[in-house]
Write a protein that binds this ligand. Structure first.
Ligand code: UTP
Length: 288
């Protein structure tokens, strides 16, 4: 079945990024000049997905407004260049792409957030993107994954090699051996201690799921941190159907974490066509 739908869970506490996230979702934090959620949306559209579903929480308005609001290009005295810029901003979402916003009343975990999308997803497969995992890559990671999905037609989760000492921050996977970038999942553990981690592959925020993930999410109950954990649902899914891990190409920044966010800003600022070189000179001055 063709992939059309993508879920963006954007209703988390964002507690690692307080006070910035007190009234603003962390997904609206900018990397240089673009909010994280816009990078995620552009990645999804580039992968050919056309139905965007945002699971929002109490600070949802800014996300909805970012994609739906129109800048007024008919004001008097507006310059042509500003008019072009405003017009571009009014077309972030192309006409063939739709947006739906659904509410997660309480942030009861990533698994719970995804479950809120069930009535809209129906029986189709769908993608999930966590916008706070920003991935810099030549080809968008979701596009890499949709290409793999055409061949394997099974649920697929993105993974990267991490240092084992960092396993306490990731869902860690166990797989059958393989020389390629695709491995069949045999196990998954949420944030294990390094000694208990089954591998050095950690899960990153890009997924493609068959709709069977919903029945798993509905039956697992509350897990670690008293939240409905996506990891637990994936573990349950492995028992009844194939799930694959995909080692993507790209550099990932954990922008839900202050240091990861700052690193992403530095890297993207250095690549900026207008001021990247000036920024590099500035950094050199600071360091040398
Ligand atoms: P995180 O694990 O980063 O949790 O969520 P968080 O609550 O947002 O952040 P911290 O740990 O308190 O700093 C991963 C993704 O899942 C979404 C978040 O918005 C983020 O995109 N999420 C998480 C929800 O939408 N709802 C939830 O209940 C939990």
């Amino acid at each position: 079945m063709q992939l059309k739908k993508v879920v963006f869970p954007v209703a988390g506490h964002g507690s690692r990024f307080l006070p910035a996230t007190k009234a603003t979702p962390k997904e609206m934090l900018p990397i240089v000049d673009k909010p994280l959620i816009q990078y995620a949306v552009e990645e999804a559209i580039d992968a050919g997905l056309t139905e965007l579903i945002f699971v929002t929480g109490k600070t949802k308005r800014s996300i909805e407004e970012h994609f739906d609001a129109s800048l007024n290009i008919n004001v008097t005295n507006i310059t042509e260049s500003k008019k072009r810029l405003f017009d571009e901003m009014n077309h972030i979402i192309p006409d063939h792409v739709s947006c739906t916003y659904i509410n997660q009343e309480e942030p009861l975990g990533l698994g719970h957030a995804i479950l809120q999308a069930k009535p809209i997803i129906g029986d189709e497969p769908f993608a999930v993107v966590l916008a706070d995992d920003l991935i810099d890559s030549k080809k968008g990671v979701l596009k890499q994954m949709t290409e793999q999905y055409v061949d394997i037609n099974s649920s697929l989760i993105s993974v990267q090699k991490i240092q084992k000492k960092d396993s306490i921050h990731y869902g860690m996977i166990d797989t059958e051996t393989s020389n390629g970038s695709i491995r069949k999942l045999t196990g998954i553990v949420e944030k294990p201690n390094p000694d208990d981690s089954p591998s050095n592959f950690g899960v990153v925020g890009r997924y493609i799921f068959s709709n069977q993930i919903f029945s798993c999410l509905e039956t697992i109950g509350f897990g670690t941190g008293n939240e409905i954990q996506l990891t637990d649902a994936i573990k349950k899914m492995i028992a009844s159907q194939s799930v694959f891990a995909y080692e993507f190409e790209g550099t990932r920044y954990d922008c839900g974490d202050k240091l990861g966010y700052i690193k992403a800003n530095v890297e993207y600022a250095l690549k900026d066509k207008k001021f990247g070189n000036k920024f590099l000179s500035y950094l050199k001055q600071k360091i040398l």
